[in-house]
Design a protein around this ligand. Structure first.
Ligand code: PAF
Length: 294
């Protein structure tokens, strides 16, 4: 791994480039490839927090060069979702990426990413039918399309995604396998606030009171982990335990509570293999997700 020297990693980091054109990004990638450098990609929608930073840190450790994309992808938002209000702070994002040692921050306009008459989209079937897929029609089609485009533009050796979006991670792994993308998808553990709330850009929507109430998500999952550790294997009972905890919080409204096989994402009745417990809960108007693997 190239760790420094003239034009090496450290000197390149000092001057992280912000690029908004696909053509310019491809030129940089081409010259890195010519030098035989490995490339890590961290796709994000910006408003970066400690969770993103942990992905960038890992990418910097494992690759010679790192590209972080910051793009609020319009085609993964439903018509009633928060595209226009999604939090943005590109100057803060630049600083975080640069401090973490990223080499390029790719921050394109939507018109740079999508041709007006774009007519090719990537759909992963089955895995996207349940969980967030059933609640957010078209969401994963938008995610898979933009992530495929980023993979084609950056041609990374490794791409980094958080386990917090467990379904997204499973869907992208399947897409990479099915479409023969030549890269490794690296799943990174959930980063939590000290009190247990999973870090998310959407946490900024929460009022003080809602922020307190949002703790109910991790509390309910901890309770589920406890009953599992005590030997409970019936998923109906496990779901009931989670729902009881969530319903004890007046500001929380359950969107879904699911216990699924961690690979197929199909609901299971009995815990026999590795399971994913995934929940989506509205706290006021803010929809938060969290999960555990057992
Ligand atoms: O997880 C996200 O932030 C987004 O879904 C992603 C992967 C950057 C695609 O827009």
């Amino acid at each position: 791994m190239d760790k420094g020297g003239e034009g090496g990693k450290f000197s390149a980091n000092k001057a992280m480039k912000t690029i908004s054109s696909v053509k310019e990004l491809k030129e940089n990638i081409k010259s890195w490839k010519k030098e035989g450098l490995t490339i890590g990609l961290v796709p994000t929608m910006g408003f970066l927090h400690e969770g993103h930073k942990s992905l960038i840190d890992r990418a910097v450790k494992e690759n010679d060069r790192v590209v972080v994309s910051v793009f609020v992808n319009p085609i993964q938002f439903g018509p009633k979702e928060d595209l226009s209000t999604y939090p943005r702070d590109i100057e803060r994002d630049k600083k975080l990426c640069s401090d973490a040692g990223a080499n390029i921050l790719f921050n394109p306009e939507a018109s740079e990413m999508y041709f007006k008459d774009a007519s090719t989209f990537v759909d992963v079937e089955e895995l996207t039918e349940g969980l967030c897929g059933s609640k957010r029609p078209g969401h994963f089609r938008g995610v898979c399309t933009v992530v495929s485009k980023l993979f084609n533009i950056v041609t990374p050796d490794k791409a980094y995604f958080g386990q917090k979006d467990a379904q997204q991670l499973a869907v992208i792994k399947r897409m990479v396998r099915d479409l023969n993308f030549d890269l490794e998808v690296v799943g990174c553990e959930i980063i939590r606030e000290e009190d247990g709330l999973a870090k998310s850009s959407r946490n900024t929507y929460l009022s003080k009171e809602e922020r307190k109430a949002a703790l109910i998500l991790s509390k309910s999952l901890n309770k589920a982990r406890n009953v599992l550790s005590e030997g409970e294997r019936n998923t109906k009972s496990i779901k009931r335990v989670i729902e009881e905890v969530l319903n004890s919080e007046p500001l929380a409204k359950i969107d879904y509570v699911e216990v699924v096989d961690s690979i197929t994402l199909k609901p299971v009745e009995k815990v026999e293999k590795e399971i994913l417990i995934a929940i989506a809960v509205f706290i006021g108007k803010t929809r938060l997700i969290d999960n555990i693997i057992f």
